[in-house]
Design a protein around this ligand. Sequence first.
Ligand SMILES: C[S@@+](CC[C@H](N)C(=O)[O-])C[C@H]1O[C@@H](n2cnc3c(N)ncnc32)[C@H](O)[C@@H]1O
Length: 480
Amino acid sequence: MYVETWCFASKKAIFNQVRKANLPQRDQPKMLKGCKTDSLIAALHAKEDKNDPSFWSFKRATQRKGAHALLHYPAMMVPSLQGLIMKCVQESQPDVGTVLDPFVGSGTVLVEAMGHGLDFHGVDINPLAGLACLAKSGPYYIDAFEDKSMDLLVAISSDKKKHTARQFSGRDKWHDPEAIPALEKISHHISNEPAKWARRLFWLALCRVIRTTCKSRKSTYKLHIEEVKENAKTPDVYAEFIKVIEIFQDHIAHEHQSLTAKNLLNRGRYIGTLDMRVGDNQSLLNDSDAATAVYDLVMTSPPYGDNVTTIPYGQFSYLPLQWIDVQDIDERVDLALIANTHSTDSASLGGKLKGASEKADSLGDRYRSASHFLGLLKNQTNGRKRFASFFYDLDKSIDGIAKATKANGIHAWTIANRRICGLEAPMVPMMIEMLEAHGVHTIGDISRGIHFKKMAARNALAATMTSETILLARKDSATQ
Ligand SMILES: C[S@@+](CC[C@H](N)C(=O)[O-])C[C@H]1O[C@@H](n2cnc3c(N)ncnc32)[C@H](O)[C@@H]1O
């Protein structure tokens, strides 16, 4: 049943969310619910096809095109759905100018913000996410990219020298012996390209090749040695690289065309402000951002839980990052993040279990849903630690994000519930309570089915996550 009391998340709304989290996902209505007097909810209602109960599932979303298609990253958002919400935010609040995604990942919100003519700021702890976002930010020099690609491929194919291959932990375990010299040669010639914007695109292309040619199983984001099939061919790294470069040329031309049609490019450069920072958003959304409350719209999807037991973004990115010049992403990238296969994951939300009991006490004191869930986990020491560490960190992130949001600014959080020790973790009720505590009040939600198409998503974790919620909220008008 739809609850009319969404404005300023009443206790009843929170209770209903706790109850909803424990219903079988299939039974839940997948519709927009919310405070109809709020201008954003009204704008979203106006777009909804009332005759189509699966409207918000976005089953009709077509294949990724343009910049959205440059990298396949775990748990990407549906671009057209986020785009529709962004459009409704603009319609209901025409002065919206600046968007923040503090867990930006591959940059779905970045590309949508560009398509809507908005300024954008992104943060992610994973350097691969930083690279993807910077490559997607442009400039879009179509002819120059074709020329530079041609020069690069010619340089690679005419180079008969043997380059000293770089050393890193696990290199010979994860790469075929014939692939290593080819990866090194490609990497060497990308480093020689003088333009940083082109190098970033080439590095991203190489990252894709590393993922497809390495010896890790493609059906999981974790690093797991793939079983060698009889008569399996040695991966042809050069052929793969050429293929990806051609794909990139098409996608970049598509994005260029789309942005040009909207008058959003000036000589190939996006006309708005784009800013990408690599690091922990708890420290990067620093006091200066918070003091000035700069963001009109926060649109984001945090991880589902700690990276160790949910999606290991760091492991997924470890091999590609060993082969590229990381200073091309940002000279300030902390190299400790890529020191081993676990370093990014342990630096991410919930990655450190130290002090977990104190964190559990603190969460339990402040949030009813935490207290309830920790009670259910009372005999599960590890589950309690994971729950407490993740939500404690998320709460700290929300504090900085809320402070950096302008008064009356909008938040759109795409979140999914997950299981801990066989129990549904109360992600939605926790988010409602945590946002509320930081002066950001829920105005509605969209609940939708997730359609996994990629093999890598069909793992045990994905099987437990069949739906996600987009929580819509608004910051107090009185507080900054
Ligand atoms: C669900 S993914 C975001 C996917 C993105 N919306 C997209 O469409 O590609 C969550 C992201 O949060 C990042 N992350 C985890 N902990 C973080 C932290 N403390 N600070 C910044 N980013 C973090 C992960 O690296 C990951 O890229």
